[in-house]
Design a binder for this molecule. Structure first.
Ligand SMILES: [Ca+2]
Ligand SMILES: [Ca+2]
Ligand SMILES: [Ca+2]
Length: 244
């Protein structure tokens, strides 16, 4: 079938009467009929159906999808962009976060994550750490960033001017050590280099590591030592024997 002529040498051209729609790129003739070769975006025996490219729900984040010819178009909801609306717009560009706060991106908005000591939507306010009146004994409070300082009257001392009887007044640290009161009776000494002990009373023995050469003895100094040759030796390393 599909052929005619005395010798069946002619093939019937079914495409001459084919009813492929205008969405067809070309009609293919076959021995048993015709085949409509559809343009991109169409399907069906006669290419009569516009394929719904929205059927697979390609648009993200609640975007509406519009079907086109071999295409789809997403209308993004607020805060998103991109062909698929899958890109969260960076709202931190040109943000107003102050005082070195870090910006956190949201959908169509952002927030500021404040450093310690700041508050407000944009971290624009320096928290007043003096508000709780932390200084005792008529100390004057100075507001700092994330902290406060108490200026204490008279001989008062301590973070809160809570030390009324400063034990450092009696200079308890020896050998130039720095005194810092802990409370009315206790204190800490920070010793200068070369001294140790609770009140810096000990000269560190710098001879302990045996720094001197043979034929000499070590004299401890403050953060230093001195090597003295035995009487019968001389030279920088006490290596030269004196002739007697
Ligand atoms: Ca379509
Ligand atoms: Ca965003
Ligand atoms: Ca402050």
């Amino acid at each position: 079938m599909g052929f005619y002529g005395r010798l069946c040498q002619h093939m019937i051209d079914y495409c001459l009467e084919a009813n492929c729609t205008k969405n067809t790129s070309n009609c293919v003739n076959r021995p048993d009929g015709f085949f409509c070769n559809c343009s991109a975006g169409f399907e069906g025996n006669f290419c009569e159906t516009d394929i719904d490219e929205c059927a697979s729900s390609p648009c993200a984040n609640g975007a509406a999808c519009s079907d086109g010819v071999n295409a789809f178009f997403c209308r993004c909801t607020s805060g998103f962009t991109g062909k698929l609306c899958n890109i969260n717009i960076d709202d931190c560009v040109n943000n107003k976060c102050a005082n070195n706060a870090s910006c956190v991106d949201h959908i169509s908005s952002y927030s500021c994550s404040c450093l310690n000591g700041f508050k407000g939507t944009f971290c624009e306010h320096d928290i007043n750490e003096c508000e709780s009146a932390p200084c005792l004994n008529n100390g004057t409070c100075v507001d700092l960033v994330g902290d406060f300082q108490c200026l204490c009257p008279g001989k008062l001392f301590g973070k809160f001017c809570e030390i009324t009887n400063n034990p450092c007044v009696a200079f308890p640290c020896l050998n130039g050590g720095l005194c810092k009161p802990i409370n009315d009776t206790e204190f800490n000494c920070t010793c200068v280099v070369g001294f140790t002990g609770d009140i810096c009373e000990d000269n560190v023995d710098d001879c302990l590591s045996i720094p001197c050469p043979l034929n000499s003895h070590c004299i401890d100094l403050v953060n230093d030592y001195k090597c003295v040759c035995h009487p019968s030796y001389t030279g920088p390393d006490c290596g030269i024997g004196r002739s007697t």
